[in-house]
Design a protein around this ligand. Structure first.
Ligand SMILES: NC(=O)c1ccc[n+]([C@@H]2O[C@H](COP(=O)([O-])OP(=O)(O)OC[C@H]3O[C@@H](n4cnc5c(N)ncnc54)[C@H](OP(=O)(O)O)[C@@H]3O)[C@@H](O)[C@H]2O)c1
Length: 234
């Protein structure tokens, strides 16, 4: 797909991986609408991108938004959705576990209602995460949700061809999702990535390059691209 002149919607496009994707799409000449709940994050957007407020869990709002914004060629969701339950499954608060699935419900809503307005040769990219296929202790919720996102994408791919859907799976990436600052932040990433094949946190830009590849390559569908510094082998 030649991205230039195409219309793209990026959910979670105001921060981290979604913001980097918005920036790279704009550089390639796409018309980008970045979506999120908090309008104050829109200040980070490139001047030619448009911000629209939306919570991916609100199905009515999503349907209205798609009706007023469609048709479009590119649909990306990197929206984290809600909370993430971390901790031993035997001690798990089940409300917290279920709430982690807001990410899946958000993605499912975006795909389900976005498809009605996605152009004939359009494509979708979702974002999972390395715990889907290699999870450490305490990551049962992350693994369950990530695995479901990848399964959703593979299953939908069969129904929508020749339109395409793929997943980009990040490893540990330095984004605002982790609220730590300074030395504490550096120590956090050092501790969690020190034994990886590429022993550092990835950047949002490196992940966005993966998303752009999945958009541009017309022969790729129903797959997951790992941008994770080799964490699956570490
Ligand atoms: N960073 C990592 O290490 C890592 C690792 C594995 C997987 N991932 C996955 O990668 C994706 C992007 O993460 P990130 O690190 O880039 O996070 P981030 O910097 O926190 O950005 C998250 C974006 O999603 C938006 N968002 C969150 N909940 C939303 C909702 N309910 N409705 C609409 N927008 C919503 C946020 O804006 P508002 O808050 O304003 O809505 C923000 O724009 C997520 O799916 C995350 O699970 C990240």
């Amino acid at each position: 797909m030649d991205v230039s002149g195409k219309k793209a919607l990026v959910f979670g496009g105001t921060s981290g991986i979604g913001l980097a994707t918005t920036q790279q799409l704009v550089k390639l000449g796409a018309h980008v609408i970045a979506l999120g709940r908090d309008e104050s994050k829109a200040t980070a957007l490139p001047s030619s991108a448009t911000f629209k407020q939306c919570d991916v869990r609100d199905r009515d709002a999503l349907q209205s938004l798609f009706s007023e914004s469609g048709p479009f060629d590119i649909l990306v969701s990197a929206a984290t959705g809600g909370s993430r339950a971390i901790g031993k499954f035997s001690d798990m608060d089940m409300d917290g576990y279920m709430a982690s699935f807001d990410k899946l419900w958000g993605y499912a809503n975006v795909v389900r209602y976005g498809l009605d307005h996605l152009s004939e040769h359009g494509c979708i990219v979702l974002v999972s995460g390395s715990p889907a296929r290699r999870c450490g202790p305490g990551q049962v919720a992350l693994s369950s949700v990530g695995g479901a996102v990848e399964a959703l994408s593979r299953a939908v791919a069969k129904e929508i061809s020749p339109r395409r859907i793929n997943v980009m799976s990040p490893g540990l990436i330095d984004t605002p999702m982790v609220p730590l600052q300074g030395q504490e932040r550096a120590a956090h990433y050092e501790r969690l990535t020190g034994n990886n094949l590429i022993a550092r946190a990835g950047t949002a830009d490196e992940c966005a390059q993966g998303v752009i590849f999945l958009i541009q390559n017309d022969f790729v569908t129903g797959t997951t691209l790992d941008v994770d510094g080799g964490i699956l082998l570490s």
